[in-house]
Design a protein around this ligand. Structure first.
Ligand SMILES: CC(C)(COP(=O)(O)OP(=O)(O)OC[C@H]1O[C@@H](n2cnc3c(N)ncnc32)[C@H](O)[C@@H]1OP(=O)(O)O)[C@@H](O)C(=O)NCCC(=O)NCCS
Length: 182
């Protein structure tokens, strides 16, 4: 399948409320924008469309219902220490990625692309966007926890072209650290 995403044409400055279009070969488009507090229902619907494997790879646990507080936290970000971006396709959230600062200068990232849209460049698009936003906010490192057999996520991280270091955890997952400074 051909790549559906063109390069981001806009500068990094103040992407917060931006809503860009990305051309697809068939003439339709996907849109990337910041998450909004009103996205709760759409985020739940996204989860319902995902396979159990996709949910497990994202949350490292089987599917379960989110509490209202958890959902509120997922859709409420400060655009500095906590950021989240979504891709809209056909008026639905098809993918979401976020970072949360865990220590000064370090944030953890997580990405979810619904099964029907995986392998089409959305994960790469979202991680590139998070890298740009994190840099603009002075974050120096992004950490991603991924299962050892998650070749798609490992490829997405490698495609950033950033210097990286990987550490194997006792649980058999990898923590990949991307260096945003050098
Ligand atoms: C991991 C994930 C975010 C990747 O997003 P994506 O949109 O599917 O990935 P992309 O289309 O941007 O592909 C990026 C690279 O991964 C490769 N890739 C995609 N799917 C793959 C697969 N199933 N197996 C191996 N490589 C794969 C692509 O070929 C591409 O590499 P290339 O440039 O060398 O060709 C997505 O598959 C997903 O949401 N998975 C479930 C949740 C998850 O694993 N999250 C990560 C932990 S938080």
């Amino acid at each position: 399948m051909p790549s559906i995403i063109s390069a981001d044409p806009t500068p990094a400055a103040d992407r917060r409320e931006r809503s860009d279009r990305y051309a697809r070969p068939d003439g339709s488009a996907v849109r990337l924008r910041s998450i909004r507090p009103s996205d709760g229902d759409e985020l739940l619907a996204l989860g319902d469309r995902c396979s159990d494997q996709t949910i497990y790879r994202r949350f490292f646990s089987p599917r379960r219902a989110l509490t209202p507080d958890e959902l509120t936290r997922l859709v409420t970000v400060d655009h500095h220490d906590r950021e989240a971006v979504v891709v809209i396709i056909d008026a639905r959230i098809a993918a979401v990625a976020r970072y949360d600062v865990t220590h000064p200068g370090t944030a953890e990232i997580a990405v979810l692309v619904e099964d029907a849209h995986q392998g089409r460049g959305l994960g790469t698009l979202l991680v590139d966007e998070l890298v740009a936003r994190a840099r603009a906010n002075g974050i120096e490192r992004l950490e991603a926890e991924t299962m050892a057999d998650n070749r798609a996520m490992l490829a997405v991280l490698q495609r950033t072209g950033l210097r990286s270091a990987s550490a194997l955890t006792d649980d058999g997952t990898w923590i990949v650290t991307l260096d945003l400074v050098r």
